[in-house]
Each structure stands twice: as C-alpha cells, then as structure tokens.
Design a protein. Sequence first.
Length: 601
Amino acid sequence: MRLNLFWKLGFAFFALLIAVLLPVDFYAERALRRDYERSGFEQLAAIARIALAHPPQAIAPNSYAPVGTAPLNDWVAQMAASGVRVTVITSDGQVLADSQSDPATMENHAGRPEIHDALAVGAGQSIRHSVTINRELLYYAVRLPVAGGPPLILRFASPLQTLNEELWEFRKRLWLASLVMLLVTGAASLLISRSFSGRVDRLKQFSDRVAEGDFRPIEADRSGDVMEALAVSLNQTAGRLDRTIRTLTEERNLSSAILGSMVEGVAVVNASERLLFANPGFAEILDLDVPPKSGSALVEVVRQTELLEAVRQVLKGDTRVETEIVTGTLRQRFFAVTVAAVSAAETSGAVIVLHDISDLRKLERVRRDFVANVSHEFKTPLTAIQGFAETLLAGAIDDAQNRVRFLEIILEHSQRLARLTDDLLRLSQMDADRLGLEIHGVGVSQFVESCVETAQRPAAERDLRISVNLAKRLPDIAADRRRLAEVLQNLLDNAIQYTPPGGQIMLSASASGNEVTFTVSDTGIGIPQTDQPRIFERFYRVDVARSREVGGTGLGLAIAKHLVEAHGGRIWVESEIGQGSQFHFTVPIFDPERSSSRGGR
C-alpha cells in the first residue's frame, strides 16, 4: 500500500534524527574514552615523575635484586598509596616487586610493549588486559638508570573499570537525552509533516476539482511560504482556465448552433477519409435515416462518386475542389460541392460544403423554357401575319373574295400578339413589385355572383352548367376587386375550356381562421400528377395543341398566382386524369387596421 505524504515525511524526519543521533552517540563515547585514557596516562606519568625523583634506595650495582627486600617493598607500597599498581622490573623482564601480586608468581615481562618502549626511548604506555589480575589496565613505564649497572623499569598501572563505569553512565545519560530529543523532535516533525501534508492534500483536492470543471478558488494559507505562493498561483491558473474554457465553450456552442441551423450540408473528414463532424443538413441532403457518427468511413455514408473523388483530390494535395452532385430520382435535387483542405496542428483533412442549387437550376430551366416558349408564341402569329401580308402584296389584295379573310386572320393574330404582350408586361410589373393594389373590404357573395354572371354565356355555349356553393355568413375579404376578379375569371375560363360539353363547374367558398378559401371545381379532363407542380409556370401547357386552339397565351395561371400572392394568399391545384380538377386559392379576411398599410402596395 502506497504511503501518503504525511507518513513519508514523518518517517523521513525519524530516519534523519536517528541517522544524526547514532553517529553523535558513537563519536561522543569515543571522544570521552580518549579523554579518560589521556587523563589516566597523564596521571600515571605524574606519578612516574615523582617516582623518578624519589627512587628506591640501596639498589646494588650489577644486580637484578635489591640489597634489601623490605626497603624496596616499602617504596612500592608508598608509591601504590596513590591508588595505582606499581611494579619494579629488571631490564631483562624479571619482576622484582609488585604492589598487588607476588613477584615470584609473575611471568617475565620483557615482551610487554610498554617495557620495550621504556627501554628503547625512556618511557612507554599501553592499554591491555592483565593476565596476572585478570583486568584491563592502563600501563605507563619509565626507565630508571642505575649507577654502574643495567637500568630498572618502573611500571605504573591504573584499572579501566572506573573508566568503563563512567562511560556506561555517560552512555545512559546520552541515550536518555537522545531518546527525549528523538521524542520531542519526532513529535514536532510529525506535527509539521501533518500540517504540510494537509496543505498538500488541499492543493491536490483543488487540482482534482479543477480537472472536473470546478474552478472555485482555494483559500490560501497566510503562512507566507512557498505553499501559499503555490496556492495563489493555482488560483490564478484556475481563473485563467475558467475564462479560457468559457470562451471556448461559447465559441463551440455558437459554431455548433450556426452549423446546426445551416441548410447547407457541412462535414469534416480526416486524412483517413473518416468523418469527424457532420451537421443535420449534411444528413438531410444525402437522405440518411440517422446522422452519421463520428469516425464513420466516408465511403459508407456517401454514395456520390463525384463527391468522393473531390475529397480524395483535396486529401492528395489540392487546396480546393468544386463540383456538382445530383440526388434523388423522381424529384432530383442539385447541389454545388466545395471541398477545401484544412489542417490543425499535426492533423490534416478536408471540409465539405453542400449548397442547394436546385432553385437555381429550376430557374435556369424556367428561363430556357420561357425564352423558347416566348419565341414560339411570337413566331406563330408573326409568321401568319407576315405570310398573309406578303400574299396580299403579291396580288391577293385585288382578290375581293379572299382579301377580307386574309385581313381578318392578320387582325386575329395581331390581337393575339397584343394580348401576349399585355400579359408579359403585367408579369414584368408583378416581378418588379410595381403592381398597385387598392385593398378594400369586398363582399364574397357579390364578388362571386359578378364573376359567375360573366362566365355564364360562354359556359352555356359549351353546354356547361355553373353552380355556386357559398358558406353562410362569410366575412368580407381584403382584396382589390378588379385584380381578384381576374384570378377567379381566369380559373372559370380554364374550367370552361377544358371541360367537355355536358360537364359541370362548381364555385365554392368557405372561411377558416383568418382567410377565405375559394375553390373552382370541374369535371374536365384533369391534369397529370407530374404536370401539376409546373402548371403555374409561364407558358407551361399540359395540352399544347388544345391551348393554342382555344387561344390561350399560357400566362393566365402564372398571372393568377402572382395576383393571389400579392394579396397575401396562396394558390394550388388538386386533380386526377379523367376526374376533373380543383383549383384553390385563399384571400385574407378584411381587417380595417391593416388595409391602409396594404393599400399602397
């Protein structure tokens, strides 16, 4: 189990104290022993100097034994009164007298180190165990010259037992003091380490909180040491991290909101062709059931070869590649693809942007169809006018039987050109938003009756019956009566033209919410499903031959759509082949407060 900082610091302090106290005890004991030994030798040396100053008397020359034994023994006893052991030894090692043992029982001392040194240099000392008295002694020997004979050795010894006892007492006192010091300093070190480890633990907990996103500052200790400085530094770091993370989070949320709300599809892939990000628009454009997950292979998500090839070109080194893809089968959608290289740090990849250009392609198609249809619509009457005019100039003007008929044909085609030109001018005004509407409250029943009355005669000529079904108490509508009458009249004319004889046309109106819905139903030939989205386009005809036969310009429904939308309503169709058609359009209910603002449109 890993030890925490408190115990580590405590053990470190204890180990340091023990490592200091043990050498102190060891060297103090050795120093004290050396002092005791030096003092002992100095004491023995002083006694030796006294002995040399008052040597034993009546020592016969050329003899290793004193003349009288009693005087020598008295001298030895006198010198031993100082508490030391005194021994008199001849130069060849024979013991003549000893204060504690019988010389006759003592062995030769010639080999003792202190004897050897005394003979050689005049004085010698040693510390060793005495075999005679079985004790450890301090020995100090001096050479005593003898006139006319070999010198004698005076040896003085002091026991070490007193020294050992004093050393033991000192050791006990030293160890006791060391133990007390160890306990006191150990307790102080534990308190210090506990305080220090507690502060470190608080800093660690603060660091853990910061790692989890909690940037509340830690209260710094007022100790003035490096730990306080560290706490202040960590607080400043946490504050900066908090501000940085908040800024990055806001930028990320803003970027995510922008990318998520974009209708354009945006995706990011890495160098391994794996998705790192894709917004909802990207999944919607590619008709994916669920948004692709981060890390998905691009080839598993995208099936468009052009898009994959563009991404691979960018990943190979191209800076930017633009192309176009088409999705869907029944209802095709066109998208402009922009793939740009992107790099961050040591990673690289590509950003894909899919922009919907379906409306642009639709407008391009409508423009092409419009130009083609206008050219065709103008070419037919102009050709007829030119042909009959050339015929008259070639001599048919003198033909009384045909010239009137030719002139009537020219007039008919010129009138058709005039109608076509008027309709184009009206559409141009609507496109430029210069169509002035005079909005007033219009009663629905009177408005419908006037339009039906106008359509009754051509309907009767084609053996068609027009019926009206209006809901009760319909509110007034906010409309320009003349402009809205054009819309309803156009729908009634189309119903009359495309309904076989004996058919029926019904005009109904009902209120719902804040608008009134008008419906023109017929039992005519109907409109194919594929043509219904385009019948409000300019010059678009379901049956081209029949439209020209009845003299239509192909702009009536386009004008009707513009007028309805100018009123703030909408128009649509429901039809089936052979079952007839239903054209619906809505008009807002009249509000006097809003009519003034719409009147100048």
